[in-house]
Write a protein that binds this ligand. Structure first.
Ligand code: ZN
Length: 182
């Protein structure tokens, strides 16, 4: 941020009085611009024993597979966002079950929250940000072509929970960017 979104004057980077970390502060109107982490909402759409994955038509990780997920919009609930992203990326309708993973990525200030979900029908097709949509059995998951470490972890937890017949919420952190492709 270089300019104040309130008045257009330049901002500087400093610790406000009574605060403990640096913020963007307007040099004219003194507005403090707080930046906070973003929430990525999504789901694991299930049909029978298969999961729906989307192959990305956008950067980053163009051409790799992911679960439907994206940034929450203002005024939206977490579950609305998960359903909307699934509709936008896969033209699919889901009924959400419990929250399955909450993964924090402090280096990019994202918190990813993914629900388990059921497709209401085996009807799906690529949205504008997707090259391809496909149902996969566990043994068919393209582990080496997944777009994100968060998705790899979410899928591993899902299959492990399903095998033992007990789903639970998994809360974890990924402190640094994993190695490329990792
Ligand atoms: Zn200002």
């Amino acid at each position: 941020m270089n300019y104040c979104s309130h008045c257009g004057a330049p901002v500087h980077y400093a610790i406000p009085d009574g605060d403990n970390r640096e913020r963007h502060i307007c040099t004219a109107c003194d507005t403090i611009h707080y930046l906070n982490p973003k929430i990525v909402a999504g789901c694991i759409p299930v049909w029978e024993d298969k999961l729906l994955l989307c192959r990305r038509a956008i950067e980053p990780r163009h051409g790799l597979w992911t679960l439907p997920a994206g940034f929450m919009e203002q005024g939206e609930t977490l579950s609305d966002a998960a359903r909307r992203e699934t509709r936008e990326e896969a033209n699919a309708e889901v009924e959400l079950d419990e929250l399955h993973t909450v993964i924090t990525l402090p280096h990019v200030s994202h918190v990813q929250m993914l629900f388990r979900a059921r497709l209401t029908a085996p009807v799906f097709s690529p949205g504008v940000e997707t090259l391809e949509t496909q149902l996969f059995r566990e043994e068919e998951i393209p582990w080496d072509e997944l777009a994100f470490e968060t998705m790899r972890r979410t899928l591993r937890h899902f299959f492990a929970d399903r095998r033992r017949g007990l789903f639970q919420l998994h809360v974890e952190d990924i402190p640094q960017a994993p190695p490329k492709g990792g």
